[in-house]
Design a protein around this ligand. Structure first.
Ligand SMILES: Cc1cc2nc3c(=O)[nH]c(=O)nc-3n(C[C@H](O)[C@H](O)[C@H](O)COP(=O)(O)OP(=O)(O)OC[C@H]3O[C@@H](n4cnc5c(N)ncnc54)[C@H](O)[C@@H]3O)c2cc1C
Length: 1001
């Protein structure tokens, strides 16, 4: 009998098992319990582990706690959070909750206890708030034979002032700790690698915190912004003999993080700096490729760097975001795959340790045992690699590794409690997740063999993934991910091609005929008024009449075209749009000054409208039956007739397509009148419908000046329906004129009108200000505030008012203003010189209504674009024009409110009811907003723009419009008339059976 020799893989596995078993035995013996059980045993976490409902409420409560300034607020939130899950609590806790009214002595005691417990919990994970406190912690770690890396916890960086402060805090830290740390006696394991001394002082930084406008769409500006602060940090670290480790954050900024790291460290000044490192996340399938790139780069640089290999802290975020956006999931979706990849990459690091010095950031005994075994198998010297753990997690394991002579570095966060809580919640979530190794290791009957099982073997034991369910009937078209370089290149290319087609003529299309006139109308690029994007004939009243006549003539045949065929026309047009997606995005950018992402979203929404209305029409085409014996009843729909579509320029493709597609698929013929400022994009839409084969006259393209041809169209007796989106004044005018019946008119006109808004976001005093400020900025200044859904009032409850204003000011003053063609632009130009003059006049009057809080910066040399700097006015009087009139530009009014109820009253105190938002962490206040906020679209704890077809059907009431919501289930009904047909089927006492397979009431 011959025995086969063990392979290197067998050898690695058997060493992994031996190391793991031995470590486990020691951990078992350690007192008082396994790993960090002491904190784990605390009741609060024990509940959280067993009860998902309690866990969610508890973590939400911990998250909001630092923002609660009074004991009353703490007790109120405690009650609000735990009311729903109170019956899951032990009796004493339940009683305390029930009897503790916010103002009472007991209430205050409960509040104090809650704060104390949460603070204690935070202290397990956060080393302290001040440098001297931190120093004490570091001395404590050192005594235990543990090295450290310091991480400064911070709020999201949303202004350049905050980025400066973040950098300064690191510089102070390096200067403040450099000397005391240098005085510590030598510890051979901690202070030496395999060659010689290594830095004791070690910091970890997040690059996104070094530049407030960190934007994957705009690598050049981001690189410059980050490098400007990274270089001084590296210089100071070098001067202090310190080590700098770059953390890795979410996937969207991974490429940029890697390229900034590599770029700066290849610079002459830093080329020989070896005391630097970066994180690689094994939950990313592409981590192997990244490590190869880093190895090649380090070789070329000639100096090694450290790699901290982790699994990755953003797993939930990445999976949720990808699902919501319809993007590919960038992470492994099964835990064993991340574990397996961690081991593969650990081996790669061990094989390439001369260039990539391995640091293993994990608390998983299997992963770490495997790393140690790999070091032995690949004969990597002891000091050339290290283990890293998080402060407060797996500390008994860290201690054991240290006792066995390995260098263990503890990632030690410090800083204020408010940002600290977010960190704390992340750690708690990590530890209580079902897939967590630490959690598994605390299970009552845990078997070490299970814990140490090879990841691939564990994977093989799992049941196969369930088959995906049937595809949904409608799915929103995902947005383009411009963080992907190839997508940016594609759009840049399209912008070039579109520029080559500037200044072309786009004739009218009436009854399938091209019609031109001498007098032109031109469309200019708002980012550069010297560029003529295109021209069209100046439409006359006569053309308008001809277009209505053509539509009328085509009506009979079109209205009798089978619904299925009409739906297919829309779907063919949708496919054409997708084929020309980059080109259409480019046209939107140059013709309406819309920045990249929003221009792309415009195209995606247009596609959605086409597909969604096709699907809706198919459903409506099934007669609704209500038969009884001897009588058949069918409720069906017919088209209305000739529709006039009058569209705005601010969603030049989406809204135009939406109104037009709805009218067409319902069987109406259409006269399509786009805005004067965006007729080139409308011409492209016309082209696509023509290419889809729409018969002549069914759709007529009639650009022109609204004041000249609008009244003719609206008042025309042969028009049955007007679909309008635009300003309140014009909308009311249309409504009034359409109500008059002209001689010979055969139907009462139906008007669908989407009008303006004076949309408010309420910021409660317990809101997460990182999110609230960013949400308000996004909603108020995205597309320079030129969306009907834009936020033009922020109503802030007093307790958060000053802090909100301070951070908002910094954020607005840091925004990038520029041409829409520039991918980094956040605030582009406004649509035309008239709009600019109107907005500037509103700004000039603004100071009478409030205090000028912030003005954005328009950079020099923007040339002939129609720019208006973002403006924010604070302390605005609620009844002033600034707080009441729609401005449709980058102007925001901030109003204080004494309570949440008052904030709601202020929010409702306008003529409009379109969109609104609330940032609050109080379940009761969110409920109140649901009941009382008078808006058609309410957004809780998110920005208020960017409505998506089907998910957020869009439209308001009061003076914000009449009609059902665009992109919603009732929208098409407005383009149809319902008809009921009743047939007596009884013939001489005999009635057939009812038909099956149709909709029934
Ligand atoms: C010193 C140190 C520094 C760190 N720095 C960073 C950093 O810069 N950036 C960063 O992102 N993380 C960082 N982390 C956090 C680290 O990513 C998490 O602590 C780590 O993922 C937990 O892994 P584990 O091996 O300890 O535990 P385990 O319990 O073995 O692994 C948990 C991890 O597995 C992955 N996972 C969970 N469920 C699934 C699933 N269904 N499918 C696929 N994968 C899944 C997730 O990454 C999860 O965090 C750091 C950790 C340490 C110790």
């Amino acid at each position: 009998m011959s025995s086969t020799a063990p392979t290197p893989a067998d050898e690695l596995e058997s060493q992994t098992q031996a190391i793991g078993q031995s470590l486990w035995k020691h951990l078992r013996r350690s007192s008082p319990s396994v790993l960090d059980r002491r904190w784990w045993d605390e009741r609060i976490l024990a509940w959280a582990m067993t009860d998902e409902a309690v866990k969610v409420q508890m973590f939400r409560f911990i998250d909001v706690l630092p923002m609660l300034r009074t004991p009353e607020a703490v007790t109120r939130h405690l009650r609000e959070y735990f009311e729903e899950v109170a019956d899951h609590f032990p009796g004493a806790a339940r009683l305390a909750l029930e009897v503790s009214s916010p103002g009472s002595v007991l209430g205050r005691a409960v509040a104090m206890a809650a704060r104390r417990n949460a603070t204690q919990m935070a202290r397990r994970f956060i080393a302290g708030q001040q440098v001297d406190e931190v120093l004490q912690t570091l001395v404590g770690l050192r005594r235990k034979g543990l090295a450290f890396t310091l991480d400064l916890l911070g709020e999201a960086i949303i202004s350049e002032a905050e980025a400066d402060a973040y950098l300064q805090a690191y510089l102070d830290l390096l200067r403040g700790l450099g000397r005391p740390v240098a005085r510590w006696p030598i510890n051979r394991v901690l202070d030496h690698d395999h060659v010689g001394l290594i830095p004791r002082l070690n910091v970890s930084v997040k690059l996104s915190a070094l530049y407030s406008q960190f934007n994957p769409l705009d690598p050049a500006r981001t690189l410059a912004g980050v490098k400007g602060r990274l270089r001084p940090l590296l210089r100071e670290a070098r001067a202090q003999g310190a080590f700098v480790h770059v953390d890795m954050e979410h996937y969207a900024i991974k490429e940029m993080t890697l390229s900034i790291f590599c770029d700066v460290l290849r610079e002459k000044e830093f080329r020989d700096y070896a005391d630097v490192g970066i994180v690689v996340q094994a939950y990313l399938p592409e981590s192997g490729r990244d490590l190869e790139r880093l190895r090649d780069w380090a070789r070329e640089r000639g100096t090694p760097v450290w790699i901290r290999l982790v699994k990755g802290a953003y797993w939930d975020f990445e999976t949720v975001v990808a699902a919501a956006r319809g993007w590919p999931v960038p992470v492994y979706t099964r835990k064993w795959q991340s574990d397996d990849n961690f081991e593969r990459q650990a081996e790669f690091l061990m094989e390439n340790w001369q260039w990539l010095r391995p640091a293993f950031g994990s608390h998983n005994l299997r992963s770490l045992s495997h790393a140690i075994a790999a070091a032995r198998v690949h004969r990597v010297p002891d000091g050339a690699w290290e283990v890293q753990t998080l402060y407060g997690m797996g500390s008994e394991m860290a201690q054991l590794f240290a006792e066995r002579g390995y260098r263990v570095r503890v990632y030690t966060p410090f800083g204020d409690l408010i940002p600290g809580m977010a960190y704390l919640v992340r750690r708690l979530l990590e530890n209580t997740s079902n897939d967590s190794f630490l959690r598994a290791s605390f299970a009552a009957n845990v078997q070490i063999e299970d814990l140490l099982m090879k990841p691939a073997d564990r994977g093989a034991q799992l049941p196969p993934e369930p088959e995906p369910g049937p595809d949904p009937v409608f799915v929103n078209e995902p947005l383009v991910d411009f963080a992907v370089p190839a997508e940016r290149t594609r759009l840049q290319h399209a912008l070039g091609e579109v520029a080559d087609q500037f200044d072309r003529r786009h004739p009218l299309v009436i009854g399938g005929r091209r019609v031109d006139t001498r007098q032109p109308l031109v469309s200019l690029n708002p980012s550069n008024g010297a560029q003529i994007v295109g021209s069209c004939p100046r439409t006359t009243v006569e053309h308008a009449r001809q277009a209505v006549a053509a539509a009328r003539q085509a009506y009979r045949a079109w209205s009798q075209t089978p619904v299925e065929h009409r739906c297919e026309y829309l779907e063919v047009a949708a496919r054409k749009m997708l084929d020309r997606r980059a080109e259409l995005t480019a046209w939107i950018i140059v013709e309406t000054g819309k920045p990249w992402t929003e221009a792309d979203a415009d195209v995606a929404e247009a596609v959605d409208f086409l597909r969604y209305y096709a699907q809706q029409m198919r459903e409506l085409d099934q007669p609704l039956r209500c038969d009884v014996p001897g009588e058949e009843n069918a409720y069906t729909y017919r088209p209305r007739g000739v529709a006039v579509v009058i569209a705005p320029w601010n969603f030049p493709l989406a809204i135009l397509t939406g109104m037009t597609a709805a009218a067409l698929v319902a069987g109406n013929t259409v006269v399509m009148k786009p805005a004067e400022q965006s007729f080139v994009i409308a011409a492209k839409l016309m082209e696509m419908f023509e290419e889809a084969g729409l018969p002549d006259g069914v759709l007529n393209y009639l650009p022109g000046v609204g004041e000249e041809i609008g009244p003719v169209l609206v008042e025309h007796p042969d028009v049955d329906l007007v679909a309008f989106t635009g300003s309140l004044a014009v909308g009311l005018g249309i409504h009034e004129s359409a109500a008059k019946t002209a001689a010979g008119q055969q139907s009462i006109k139906r008007v669908i009108a989407e009008l303006g808004g004076k949309n408010a976001i309420i910021v409660d005093d317990d809101a997460n200000l990182d999110e609230a400020v960013q949400g308000v900025v996004q909603s108020a200044f995205g597309y320079a505030g030129q969306k009907c859904s834009a936020c033009s009032r922020a109503i802030v409850v007093r307790g958060a008012y000053d802090e909100f204003c301070r951070r908002l000011k910094g954020a607005v003053e840091s925004l990038v203003v520029g041409p829409a063609e520039d991918p980094g632009t956040f605030v582009g130009p406004v649509i035309d010189p008239e709009a600019r003059a109107r907005i500037q006049a509103a700004i000039a009057k603004g100071e009478q209504a409030g205090r000028l809080l912030a003005v954005g910066r328009i950079p020099e040399g923007l040339g002939l674009g129609y720019y208006v700097a973002p403006h924010v006015f604070a302390d605005v009087a609620p009844n002033s024009p600034l707080a009441q009139e729609e401005i449709f530009g980058p102007v925001l009014a901030v109003l204080p409110a004494e309570s949440f109820e008052q904030a709601l009253e202020l929010a409702n105190g306008t003529r409009f009811a379109l969109t609104g938002g609330v940032y609050s962490r109080s379940p009761v206040n969110l409920k109140l907003a649901r009941q009382r906020f008078e808006v058609g679209n309410l957004y809780l704890n998110r920005s208020i723009t960017g409505a998506m077809v089907q998910r957020h059907p869009f439209g308001g009431y009061k003076l914000s419009g009449i009609g059902s919501k665009a992109g919603g289930p009732d929208y098409l009904l407005q383009f149809l008339v319902p008809v009921n047909i009743c047939e007596n089927t009884l013939r001489r006492g005999f009635a057939p059976n009812k038909q099956a397979g149709e909709r029934r009431t």
